[in-house]
Write a protein that binds this ligand. Structure first.
Ligand SMILES: NC(=O)c1ccc[n+]([C@@H]2O[C@H](COP(=O)([O-])OP(=O)(O)OC[C@H]3O[C@@H](n4cnc5c(N)ncnc54)[C@H](O)[C@@H]3O)[C@@H](O)[C@H]2O)c1
Length: 494
């Protein structure tokens, strides 16, 4: 796909920000439904395709059948075959016929809806989230929360001013392990935290994401293509209908950002949850299309290096053409590391201490730390994540979600700036106070050098409670001999 037709360029001319603002206004006056304590929570769906149907609809239908006081009340979908399939499923599974829409705005305006699940491709997320929040609905939106960093900040603003509950769909954030890890890190178990490393390797004989099938019934008659593209909203340029774009949009920049947003965002969010870190300060990305020459835009080998102002580096790395020799997920500190292996579900993780010569503590031994794991053979992480969302709505507590928009935006900043760095050959600085993105200018290294010259103490992850544990250096006796010789005279001995 021609990079000239990328959404970034398109935004400049048609103004996604304007579309977001217009969408926001459309529902600014819509009242939130005053739900009584005994009312059912009425949940609607936008874009229940692969994930939206397979996870959102099916999980919530199951939870309803387990006795939850919810109703799957409406579906908006631009592919008529899918709309009917999802509505039929709900009817069969839960016994009610949901209202059907092609235009989700009609659904938001007309229906008596409390909450909306968004499962559309990435380029739609920001606008639909903001429309839902402004219409007074709680939201569950798939990862990546948005397509751009700027949109993610707009979503955080809209969420804060709405007072609504919003869950971002990185389901692994509902595993208790990350809270457990964060508590240990804050107590200083690893000493000064220096680096996290994560991955999402895959391999496929047909090219990543080409396993999503093109089907004969996908035609311009069954798919409202203009609405899928979001032409009127300025989300993508008009282009001819193509089943490969419809079903395999992840391969093309205007709709997704390949592994950066499809995969890296999962594990990066977990690492942010584990460390308590949020926005990166400096991001670079690298990679290329080294094998998968199938017309795709997005790289098949990529790495993001995100540095944080707390003095921690995040390394995110994968190929889409090899998965049997993955780098392992770990968090490294001055006195030891936590090693998680690969994937998201562990019964335990490993603590590996550094040598006693460094730690000064010969009692530190390698150990396997058991994880407080829910019975994942019985319930999926997605199930836990939806339960968390339902609980947060019941408590009407926007901070109770395991993946709030604040965490969603922080993960977006790392992975999207990584993708942009690769595409634009730039190093990015991100100012978390202002949301300003600028080009690197050499200040990053200079600041750390100044820190070192001034012998300042180490900086720490948020919530650090361990004083200088594992965070200082031993000054060798002979360093007393250091210092500049002036006029042939040795430095004054202290
Ligand atoms: N959390 C996870 O593990 C996970 C897994 C898979 C996908 N996802 C995310 O879910 C999202 C969807 O991915 P998918 O694989 O299900 O894609 P998909 O193409 O299978 O489904 C998207 C659906 O949205 C519909 N749609 C598009 N624009 C619409 C609009 N304006 N209004 C209504 N419907 C519209 C499409 O017709 C399609 O049915 C992506 O953001 C993806 O990153 C998350």
């Amino acid at each position: 796909m021609n990079p000239q037709s990328s959404r970034r360029d398109f935004i400049k001319t048609t103004g996604t920000a304007a579309a977001l603002a217009a969408g926001a206004q459309l529902y600014a006056t819509a009242p939130a439904r005053a739900a009584g304590a005994n009312d059912k929570l009425r949940i609607a769906f936008i874009g229940p395709g692969g994930r939206g149907f397979g996870a959102h609809v099916k999980t919530l239908a199951q939870i309803k059948n387990e006795g939850a006081h919810i109703e799957l009340c409406a579906v908006a979908e631009v592919y008529s075959e899918q709309l009917d399939k999802v509505a039929d499923f709900i009817q069969k599974e839960n016994g009610n016929a949901p209202a059907k829409y092609v235009d989700y705005r009609e659904m938001l305006a007309k229906e008596d809806i409390d909450a909306v699940c968004i499962g559309t491709p990435d380029h739609w997320h920001a606008l639909q989230i903001i429309d839902c929040l402004k219409a007074g609905k709680h939201v569950y939106c798939e990862k990546p929360m948005t397509k751009t960093v700027e949109e993610s900040l707009q979503v955080v603003d809209a969420w804060r001013s709405s007072g609504k509950v919003m869950q971002v769909g990185v389901q692994s954030t509902s595993l208790p392990v990350w809270n457990q890890v964060r508590a240990l890190l804050q107590e200083g178990k690893l000493g000064k935290v220096l680096q996290f490393q994560t991955e999402y390797f895959r391999n496929s004989n047909m090219g990543q994401w080409r396993y999503y099938k093109l089907e004969k019934q996908m035609t311009p008659k069954t798919v409202d293509w203009k609405r899928w593209l979001g032409v009127e909203e300025g989300l993508a340029e008009e282009m001819p209908f193509d089943r490969a774009v419809y079903a395999q949009w992840r391969r093309f920049w205007p709709f997704g950002s390949g592994m950066f947003t499809d995969l890296f965002v999962h594990r990066t969010t977990s690492m942010l949850k584990a460390t308590g870190l949020r926005f990166p300060a400096r991001v670079v990305g690298a990679g290329g299309i080294y094998l998968e020459y199938d017309g795709r835009d997005v790289p098949d080998v990529a790495t993001v290096v995100a540095d944080y102002r707390e003095g921690v580096q995040g390394l995110i790395n994968a190929t889409m053409c090899n998965q049997e020799s993955r780098i392992t997920q770990c968090i490294r500190g001055h006195h030891g590391s936590f090693v998680f292996g690969n994937g998201e579900q562990f019964d335990s993780f490993q603590f590996i201490p550094e040598r006693p010569q460094v730690t000064g503590d010969s009692s530190l031994k390698e150990e396997q730390i058991l994880v407080d794991t829910p019975p994942l053979n019985k319930v999926s992480t997605t199930y836990l994540h939806f339960k968390n969302w339902l609980d947060a709505m019941q408590a009407n507590d926007p901070q109770a979600c395991n993946n709030t928009p604040e965490l969603g935006a922080a993960a977006i900043a790392a992975v999207i700036l990584g993708a942009r760095s690769y595409r634009e050959d730039r190093v990015f600085y991100f100012d978390a106070e202002t949301g300003n993105i600028s080009d690197g200018n050499g200040d990053w290294a200079k600041n750390w050098e100044a820190h070192s010259q001034a012998r300042k103490p180490a900086q720490h992850i948020p919530g650090w409670k361990a004083g200088d544990k594992g965070s200082t250096l031993v000054e060798p006796e002979y360093m007393k001999l250091a210092g500049p010789w002036i006029n042939g005279q040795p430095p004054q001995q202290g």
